[in-house]
Design a protein around this ligand. Structure first.
Ligand SMILES: *Cc1c(COP(=O)(O)O)cnc(C)c1O
Length: 430
């Protein structure tokens, strides 16, 4: 032992109790890039509907020594020694997830939303099985059977979309398709659907055709947790989610299921799809589930919806068309073509003014994906920073000004300055 060099000479080692200071000393290049990202986040309005800011507590758990630990298996049944605290943290995350969503079973190991879906399919489907899911260009997700995604290569996906006139789901149409396709699974959930999804009619359709019903609530999990969106858990055999969108947790995935599917789900995640769980990420999920269990989270979720309503009203008052005419949740799809531009130009012009959004295909879009007819706007991130209805109206007025004159560089610079000034009162947790 005495011949061993001290640890300090083996590792970049710091006396500072502050991990950020340790990084600054050890690797100023990485530190500098992170600081620039921190500034970008502070100075920009973030309206990407899938993004959010985690709390300092979640950040600390994510940056913890649990990143050092291997723990293949499940709490109490691991393939590695030294898992007593790994067991505690994962069991806590499982218990909190079950409590938060009233679920019979939870697996908190999926590394992200897409692997959660992949594992959920693997738990109940055989390669080649038919699945009926939502069209990608009507708001579905890549992992719902896109032909270039592993889901689309493994299973036979068929798609339903929204109605042309209402731009909403029609459960009668889905039923007709289900009777025709006879899928093994009906999959619901979307990345760009501004309306409520109803689970009672979907359960009835699934029962009629003897299909498994699965909901991917990645976008709306926070609203479901706060009981501000119809609850999929009582009706669906499987519910998958990300943990980092409206749920405001560590970046990751989650699978909830009925008790009778528990073993199949767990085995599909490990060893079916993944190796060792990311315990630092699971620690972050545990913290976030704890935060979502507090009464303040319900107020947060209500504010997400109120803020988005204010933005939707202001957009409509200024002559923009919203897909389905409005929103029930945290996002809107805005048709920008009435202003004589496409979503690509809109995204760039707003970006120059410090407002981050994403261009988005609209249902039945006749333009190309690289410059579609729309943009998608979401309220979760800016609501986390404490902005309210007044600020959402102001942000909307800035957006409308820019969309009316997307080439006006001077206007972009002026608004970028105003954005930055407003945001000094609303710090990013860091
Ligand atoms: C975001 C999203 C996912 C995927 O999540 P990743 O963590 O990016 O893999 C899955 N399904 C839906 C509906 C989503 O919106």
């Amino acid at each position: 032992m005495s011949n061993q060099p001290p640890l300090k000479t083996l590792l970049p080692w710091h006396e500072s109790p502050d991990p950020r200071e340790a990084l600054r000393q050890s690797d100023p290049t990485v530190f500098d890039i992170i600081e620039r990202e921190r500034r970008r986040q502070q100075d920009h309005i973030e309206l990407i509907a899938s993004e959010n800011y985690v709390s300092e507590a979640v950040l600390a758990a994510m940056g913890s020594v649990f990143t050092n630990k291997y723990a293949e298996g499940l709490p109490g049944a691991r393939y590695y020694g030294g898992c007593e605290f790994a067991d505690q943290i994962e069991q806590l995350a499982i218990d909190r997830a079950k409590q938060l969503f009233g679920a019979e079973h939870a697996n908190v190991q999926p590394h992200a939303g897409s692997p959660a879906n992949e594992a959920a399919y693997m738990a109940v489907l055989k390669p080649g099985d038919r699945v009926l899911g939502m069209k990608l260009d009507h708001g579905g997700h890549l992992s719902h059977g896109a032909r270039f995604n592993v889901s689309g290569k493994t299973y036979e996906f068929h798609a339903y979309g929204v109605e042309r006139e209402t731009e909403m789901l029609n459960y009668d149409t889905i039923r007709e398709l289900a009777l025709e396709v006879r899928p093994r699974m009906i999959l619901v959930g979307a990345s760009a659907y501004p309306r409520k999804i109803e689970f009672e009619p979907l359960r009835a359709i699934a029962d009629e055709v003897d299909a498994i019903l699965m909901m991917d609530m990645a976008h709306i999990a926070g609203l479901v947790a706060a009981k501000l969106h119809p609850d999929p858990v009582p009706y669906c055999d499987l519910v998958t989610s990300t943990t980092h969108k409206t749920l405001r947790g560590a970046r990751g995935g989650l699978i909830l299921s009925k008790a009778e599917l528990a073993r199949k789900v767990d085995k599909a995640v490990f060893p079916g799809l993944q190796g060792g769980p990311l315990l630092h990420q699971i620690a972050g999920k545990a913290v976030a589930f704890g935060e979502a269990l507090r009464p303040e989270f319900t107020a947060y979720a209500q504010a997400i919806i109120d803020n988005m309503q204010a933005m939707a009203d202001e957009l409509k008052a200024n002559g923009l068309r919203l897909v389905s005419g409005g929103t029930d949740n945290h996002l809107v799809l805005v048709d920008v073509t009435p202003f004589g531009i496409g979503g690509g130009v809109a995204e760039d012009a707003l970006g120059r003014a410090g407002i981050t959004v994403n261009k988005n295909l609209l249902p039945y879009d006749e333009r190309k994906p690289n410059d579609p007819s729309g943009i998608r706007l979401g309220s979760p991130a800016m609501t986390t920073r404490g902005l309210g209805v007044e600020e959402f109206r102001q942000m909307t007025r800035w957006m409308v000004e820019i969309l009316r004159a997307p080439e006006d560089q001077e206007l972009g610079r002026r608004i970028a300055g105003e954005v930055k000034a407003m945001l000094t009162d609303f710090p990013v947790p860091a």
